[in-house]
Ligand binder design. Structure first.
Ligand SMILES: CC(C)(COP(=O)(O)OP(=O)(O)OC[C@H]1O[C@@H](n2cnc3c(N)ncnc32)[C@H](O)[C@@H]1OP(=O)(O)O)[C@@H](O)C(=O)NCCC(=O)NCCS
Length: 447
């Protein structure tokens, strides 16, 4: 048979619609997730997308705080639990708890500690992101769980690490990014009136969860192929942000130079930034959000592309004055060039600009909003964004797993479940609790 071309080959292998018929790569591994907000939950969710059996343990009745956090603190997916049917879960909980089982346990209670030790004995991985020492205080730290299960991989995610003078404070994504140095280099430059800026999405959390998931996989590999033993893993949210600062620290170390904020432009390449287009893409829309003018990324930093760009915008003079990249990239010249580009784009939408630049063979990308991402045929076809029929909540629009594997594809099975939805099944199956015991524990609000 003839070898198919690359596109046909990839589509045949990776089409997300065929995923459910294929095996799951982490099937057989069990993860207990005592996690809250996004940092810890996302770690567990990545493992669940890969097929691990992830059991999330939350506070009885209300569940973890993220269910009540976004958007606008409004609970949207009903019911929150069978005990609190009038409330729901906020959409912010969505992306970080996929494919999991949901049970409850009040960690303060002595019965909870016993249940946790029994669950841990039957678990491969334990993930938690509480303050340093909280789980040890509750008798559920690695030192305790490894006694009942020496093979357990214990992933703790915290703000500043478990030791050192700065370890005890509370941490959140925003703090991680501020202390880690990310906000210091994000935002418009000071001499253009800018200030440090936070990102709207919780990058440090989702990135941290991914780093932790990678480490868990490495620890499982080592346990299963080399040592036969578990591992205690510590991940610091702040340290994780520092890890992605690129050359900021080497630059400071070698030359004492502090990397600057440079807004929507680039310190290394020019033009290679985002410009404003003067017209809205949706002039007839009744939605005030769509009255906003558009923005587009333009990259034409090579001398050849820059010359083409100056032809397109009718400014051949710039091609002569700034023929060399070394001149274009200088701080004082970047302003002149971006100003010329914005003057040209003033009477255009971002799509107009894209069409013109595409025709000239110049790389560009309109800055998309959620609607534009959701409606794009390429990403829809690939399952990056998908409608699916959630077993509990019905039609949901969701992002699919961002990694693909030909033989063992990650997949979206369900978005979430109500608090404690799997209590009966998990405690019954794993710990052998009878219906009477379950009822007693529930009555006493241990679960
Ligand atoms: C998120 C954070 C600031 C919350 O701090 P906190 O609630 O003040 O303190 P802890 O983490 O020690 O959590 C203990 C509390 O968890 C709560 N809790 C959550 N789930 C619980 C459960 N199943 N059973 C009992 N208590 C539970 C209790 O209120 C408990 O407080 P208490 O013992 O005083 O009653 C802290 O956990 C933290 O810094 N984590 C590391 C960084 C991080 O992951 N941040 C969130 C993502 S951005």
């Amino acid at each position: 048979m003839a070898t198919p071309d690359f596109e046909t080959y990839c589509q045949g292998l990776f089409d997300h619609k065929t995923a459910s018929g294929k095996p799951e790569v982490l099937k057989g591994y069990r993860v207990l997730s005592c996690t809250q907000y996004i940092l810890g939950p996302s770690c567990a969710a990545y493992l669940a997308e890969l097929g691990a059996e992830v059991i999330k343990i939350e506070t009885p009745r209300r569940g973890e705080p993220m269910r009540h956090t976004t958007p606008f603190n409004e609970p949207l997916l009903f019911p929150l639990s069978r005990w609190v049917p009038e409330a729901g879960t906020g959409l912010g909980f969505f992306g970080a708890n996929t494919n999991e089982e949901f049970i409850t346990l009040d960690f303060h209670r002595p019965e909870a500690r016993q249940a946790m030790l029994e669950l841990a004995a039957k678990t491969d991985v334990f993930v938690q992101n509480f303050r340093p020492g909280t789980f040890d205080r509750w008798g559920m730290g690695y030192q305790h769980l490894s006694k009942v299960n020496p093979r357990i991989i214990y992933q703790w995610l915290g703000g500043f690490g478990g030791w050192g003078p700065g370890r005890v404070r509370a941490s959140y994504d925003i703090l991680g990014q501020a202390m880690g140095g990310a906000f210091g280099i994000t935002g418009e430059a000071a001499d253009r009136g800018g200030t440090p800026s936070k990102h709207t999405i919780w990058l440090a959390d989702y990135w941290g969860g991914m780093m932790a998931a990678v480490t868990v996989l490495a620890a499982l590999y080592y346990r299963d192929t080399v040592s036969g033993k578990g591992t205690f893993i510590e991940y610091s949210q702040v340290h994780g942000v520092q890890r992605m600062l690129e050359y900021s620290l080497p630059l400071y170390g070698r030359y004492g130079v502090r990397r600057e904020r440079w807004g929507n432009w680039d310190t290394e390449l020019c033009p290679h930034g985002i410009i404003q287009c003067g017209k809205s893409s949706y002039p007839d829309s009744k939605n005030p959000q769509e009255a906003e003018v558009g923005y587009i990324l333009i990259t034409a930093h090579t001398d050849e592309d820059f010359k083409k760009l100056t032809d397109v915008i009718g400014r051949k003079d710039l091609a002569t004055t700034y023929a060399k990249h070394d001149d274009r990239v200088k701080a004082e010249n970047q302003g002149v060039l971006y100003e010329a580009l914005e003057a040209w784009a003033k009477d255009k939408t971002k799509e107009d600009v894209a069409t013109i630049l595409d025709k000239a063979g110049l790389n560009n990308q309109p800055v998309w909003n959620a609607k534009e991402v959701a409606e794009n045929p390429h990403w829809k076809m690939r399952g990056a964004v998908q409608w699916y029929d959630d077993p509990i909540y019905g039609d949901l629009h969701h992002q699919g797993p961002a990694f693909m594997m030909s033989d063992t594809p990650p997949r979206l099975k369900w978005a979430l479940k109500p608090v404690g939805a799997d209590n009966e099944r998990v405690y019954g199956r794993l710990l052998g609790w009878s219906k009477a015991k379950l009822a007693k524990m529930e009555e006493a609000e241990v679960i």
